[in-house]
Structures are given as structure tokens and as C-alpha cells.
Design a protein. Structure first.
Length: 383
């Protein structure tokens, strides 16, 4: 059991510049470790060495069915161990977080108690792999509880209160280190969510009409496929120019900025580009807009196209979502990359480009070799 009244085992973050002492510090640190507030999430973080250096992390949604909790716990524990081994070594211990807000007027304490069996299954699964869970926490947006507290003395009935955003020593240290919290996971995911009515019906009809014309060309003769590919990329450049002429404000409301981008795309243009990017070569050439002044504009376009993948075309979102993930990773935004690539794999679990990028990101690889290859390919076409 963990004794929260002492600091016998501190945890070290960001090359020994920040030391986390006890459950309050650990609870406060989580959004800075992930880059967002995880809602409806299980998070496992590996600990390495005598000082408890924070290592690899795994995040997934909380399974709705308690009957699946044992299997999910075993899979998560195994993923943490195997992923950490691939990056340099098995973790010596772990920290567990369960994050879920109360619903329908319920209390955070009731949610914490409902999830207690899941916490225990995760602790057992990690222990079976010789990775003891040093701390297990339940987090709402305002309070935390420890599942490891031996007598309840350090976790009152109302839980511990989290510091107001931006006011804790962890917030100051994170700002110094350049770590930024981009909102909640739900907010990040909503930027890619399919548009609702009345746009959705118009977009679905445009996708149907365009598919009837374009798909036979993409699957036809090489010459027809090449012509369709060139038209896709010409249209993408046209839309990038349109977005570039309407730059977002310096500090925009994200929903308003996305709505303005949506208004710049017609249903026909969006359908033509969504379907054209299903062609692998067209998608790979579009991925070359990944740095400099092109990157932020391309990211806006890929987000907008993902939002146009409505109804039966949701699987088609894998292409623009993967492109968004690639641009984010190439630009140094690992949080945005993880969200976009995770959504791409939800849309199409077999999408190879998303799988490879997601694996490279998780293994801590540098995107520069891939950027260099894309630069060379682009230069070769202009000779």
C-alpha cells in the first residue's frame, strides 16, 4: 500500500526539473503529461528507476461494459509493458488514472466508487506482469481520490480539490518547459467530428454524385487515374489558397474558426477532394504540405475535410485524418497528432499510413527522415 503522508518515493518529470510528491501532484500533472484533459479515459504511465522517472503512457476509453473490464485491464497492462520495452526498457512500476465526469446530476464520488473494480483489475493485471501500480487515482475536473489510500485519512469523503487551472507549481513548471494543455480530449476530437444538419444531408448527396463519376476513373485506365489524381491535387491547391486568403484570427475561438473554414468549402469541392484522396498516390503527394507556411493551412483543410465525411462515408475520413495527424506531428504537436491518428484508426483500423505513423509516434521517432524523403520526391517532380 502507498502511504500518502510521506514523500519516500517522489516522481521526476521533464529531465529532473520537476518532482511530483504524492497524489495531489500526480493528479495535477496529468493534463500536462498528455497535453489535454482526458475525459472518459484510462491512462497508464510507466515509471522507471529509483526516482520514478515517468516513461511511456497508454490512454484508452473506459469500457462501458463492466463485464469486459478484466480483459481490457490485461490488454492495457500488456500494451504498457510491451510498448515500454520497445522504447528501451520494461517499467519498474506504473501510475494509473481513471478520468470520468459525473453524468445526469450524479456525484464524482459515486463515479469513483463505480470505477473502483476497474482500478483493482488494472492493479492486478499490472502486478501479474511484475509492474506494481505505485498510485491509482480517480480524477474529475475539480477533485481527485486515491484508490491506494489505506485508511481514507488523506482522501476525505469529498476527495482532494485540484488547483485552479494555471495556478499550481506544476503549471508554472510546464509553462517553463513549453508544455501546453490544449483543452479536453472531447474538444480536440470534436474539431474532426462530422458536421450535422442541414449540411450533412447536402454533403452526403454530393458524395454520392461525385463517387458515381470519380470512382470509375480512379479504377480505370492508368491515364484516367493519373488525370483524376492531377485534378485532385489541383483542387487541393485551390482550396489551400482559398483558406490562406482567410487566415484565422490570432487567438480564435476554435469552433468559430472551424465554422469559418467550413463555409469556405462547397459540398461539391469537399466531396471531390475527400474521394480523390482515397487514391494513395494523391494522398502521399498531399502529405508534402507538412512544414513552413503550408502546414497550418493544410491542417485546416484536412480538419475541414474530415468533418465532411458524413453518414456512410465516415470511413473515408481516414485519409484526411491521417494527413492531419502527419502535419501535426511534423509541426511538433504530438498531442494533436495522437488525436488525429487515433481517430483515423477508429474510422479504418486497417489504414496502413495511419498505423505506421501512429507506431512511429509511439516509438518516439523523429519525423525528419520522412520529411526529407517527401522533400526529395517533391523536388524530383519539378526537375
Amino acid at each position: 500500500m502507498t502511504r500518502h503522508s510521506d514523500t519516500a518515493r517522489d516522481l521526476t518529470l521533464v529531465d529532473h526539473r520537476v518532482t511530483l510528491r504524492g497524489p495531489a501532484d500526480l493528479a495535477d500533472a496529468l493534463p500536462y503529461l498528455l497535453g489535454y484533459h482526458p475525459d472518459d479515459s484510462v491512462v497508464l504511465i510507466g515509471l522507471h528507476g529509483a526516482r520514478g522517472r515517468l516513461g511511456g503512457r497508454i490512454r484508452t476509453g473506459i469500457p462501458e461494459d463492466p463485464g469486459s473490464w478484466t480483459e481490457a485491464a490485461e490488454q492495457l497492462a500488456s500494451c504498457l509493458v510491451e510498448g515500454s520495452r520497445a522504447r528501451g526498457g520494461k517499467p519498474d512500476a506504473a501510475v494509473l488514472y481513471l478520468c470520468q465526469e459525473p453524468r445526469d446530476g450524479g456525484s464524482a464520488r459515486a463515479v469513483m466508487e463505480r470505477l473502483r473494480p476497474l482500478a483493482q483489475r488494472l492493479r492486478t493485471a499490472c502486478g501479474a506482469l511484475d509492474v506494481p501500480v505505485f498510485e491509482a487515482l480517480y480524477l474529475s475536473r475539480t477533485h481527485y481520490w486515491s484508490y491506494c489510500c489505506p485508511d481514507g485519512a488523506c482522501c476525505s469523503g469529498e476527495g482532494g480539490e485540484l488547483p485552479r487551472a494555471g495556478t499550481s507549481p506544476m503549471a508554472a513548471a510546464a509553462a517553463y518547459a513549453g508544455l501546453r494543455v490544449q483543452g479536453s480530449l472531447g474538444q480536440l476530437r470534436r474539431r474532426f467530428a462530422p458536421l450535422g444538419e442541414p449540411v450533412a444531408s447536402r454533403q452526403a448527396r454530393a458524395l454520392d454524385r461525385t463517387a458515381a463519376r470519380l470512382v470509375p476513373r480512379l479504377l480505370g485506365s492508368p491515364a484516367a487515374g493519373e488525370a483524376a489524381r492531377d485534378q485532385t491535387l489541383d483542387l487541393a491547391e485551390l482550396l489551400l489558397g482559398r483558406l490562406r486568403e482567410e487566415p484565422p484570427p490570432e487567438r480564435p475561438d476554435e469552433a468559430a474558426a472551424d465554422a469559418r473554414d467550413d463555409a469556405l468549402l462547397t459540398a461539391e469541392d469537399a466531396a471531390r477532394l475527400v474521394l480523390g484522396l482515397q487514391d494513395r498516390e494523391a494522398r502521399d503527394r498531399a502529405a508534402e504540405w507538412m512544414e513552413g507556411g503550408e502546414a497550418p493551412v493544410a491542417l485546416r483543410l484536412w480538419r475541414a475535410l474530415a468533418r465532411r465525411c458524413v453518414a456512410a462515408y465516415r470511413e473515408h475520413a481516414a485519409a484526411p485524418l491521417t494527413l492531419a495527424g502527419w502535419v501535426s506531428w511534423s509541426s511538433g504537436d504530438e498531442t494533436g497528432a495522437r488525436v488525429a491518428l487515433g481517430l483515423a484508426l477508429e474510422a479504418d483500423p486497417e489504414y496502413v499510413f495511419a498505423t505506421l505513423l501512429h507506431q512511429a509516434l509511439n516509438e518516439g521517432l523523429d519525423p525528419e527522415p520522412l520529411r526529407r524523403c517527401m522533400r526529395q520526391q517533391r523536388a524530383a517532380r519539378t526537375l
